[in-house]
Design a protein. Structure first.
Length: 291
């Protein structure tokens, strides 16, 4: 791994089984790569009560599998950069990635982002960049002294709500999970869910499942997944999954994908196998490029 100013050989996005496998293989293949995800790896591994189809680990629990994955990456000296990638842009012969306030560059990208559990809200996509944001640290400064709503899918993002509460005058906190933590005095936690985002050309309110509309200046959607079209425009998809060939190559040169994001069956061993293939294909692509 290098510092922020290098162009990495590869960036792996996502820390589920597919990302773990891609990262392990890139390390073995001695590539200079960056792995972006979460140190807790993947909520989907932890949640499995009993896994009966993982070769060599009969009746392993999701928690045990998480521990085994984590011990393996730690033993290999691999770090995870804790962040969500908000956007990937083509920069002619490589890619630029925005993750929170950070920007990275890489010659190849391996997408292992899982399946997006949360659909976007009505009004969200047309108002993206016009009051809708996915990144607290990038856009928080625009809402100093204003009123905002935060639609949040995981306790993992509560620190971002706290950060926004330090800037905004008032925050409506709309968690989509149970038992959210208290955040700050100017944060009102609502039991209702967000049903849509309203505004003509710019966000003016967030509609709740109760039918009420709260007037707000901005809405932060902080989720475990970002829609593929937002993450990487021009990426070809098939029925909501990333279209790949047998090398796990997408339609974009140097971009590979693995795991649930490429389609069914949604299974650990498929994810691990595809992560392995994607890493090898990225390395072959790098070798071809250097010729
Ligand atoms: C309750 C439950 C039980 C299951 N039981 C089994 C079983 O018994 N056997 C089996 O084979 N499978 C089982 N599965 C399915 C299995 O969990 C999935 O197939 C597997 O986790 C897919 O791995 P993945 O790496 O593709 O994606 P995921 O595990 O979903 O990981 C994706 C990762 O990417 C991260 N991410 C997403 N977007 C971004 C971004 N923009 N920037 C940074 N990070 C990002 C996410 O936070 C997450 O960490 C189960 C699933 C569940 C929910």
């Amino acid at each position: 791994m290098g510092d922020d100013f290098v162009i990495y050989d590869c960036v792996v996005i996502g820390s589920g089984p597919a990302g773990v496998s891609a990262a392990l293989n890139l390390k073995i293949l001695e590539k200079n790569f960056l792995w972006i995800g979460t140190r807790s790896l993947s909520a989907k591994i932890g949640k499995a009560e009993l896994v009966k189809n993982y070769p060599g680990l009969p009746d392993v629990t999701g928690e045990e599998l998480t521990k085994a994955f984590r011990a393996h990456v730690e033993a290999m000296g691999i770090d995870i950069h804790e962040a969500m990638v908000n956007m990937i842009a083509s920069m002619k012969d490589h890619y630029g990635l925005t993750a929170g306030a950070d920007f990275f560059e890489a010659k190849t990208v391996i997408l292992t982002t899982g399946v997006a559990a949360a659909a976007t809200l009505p009004g969200e996509e047309p108002l993206l960049g016009r009051g809708v944001s996915y990144c607290a640290t990038c856009d928080g400064g625009l809402y100093r002294g204003k009123t905002i709503a935060c639609v949040v899918s995981s306790p993992r993002f509560e620190h971002e709500v706290k950060y926004l509460a330090g800037l905004a005058a008032k925050v409506y906190f709309l968690p989509t999970y149970k038992n959210p933590a208290p955040i700050a005095d100017n944060v009102e936690t609502l039991a209702a869910r967000a049903a849509g985002i309203e505004g003509e050309g710019r966000v003016s309110g967030v509609k709740l499942t109760t039918g009420e509309t709260l007037p707000v200046d901005g809405v932060f959607c902080l989720r475990e997944a970002i829609s593929l079209s937002t993450l990487l425009p021009r990426l070809a998809t098939e029925q909501g999954h990333i279209a790949v060939d047998r090398r796990m190559a997408t339609n974009l040169p140097g971009v590979f994908a693995a795991g649930d994001c490429t389609g069914r069956p949604y299974q650990y061993t498929k994810a691990v196998g595809e992560g392995n293939v994607a890493a090898h294909s990225a390395v072959e692509y790098l070798a071809e490029r250097e010729k």
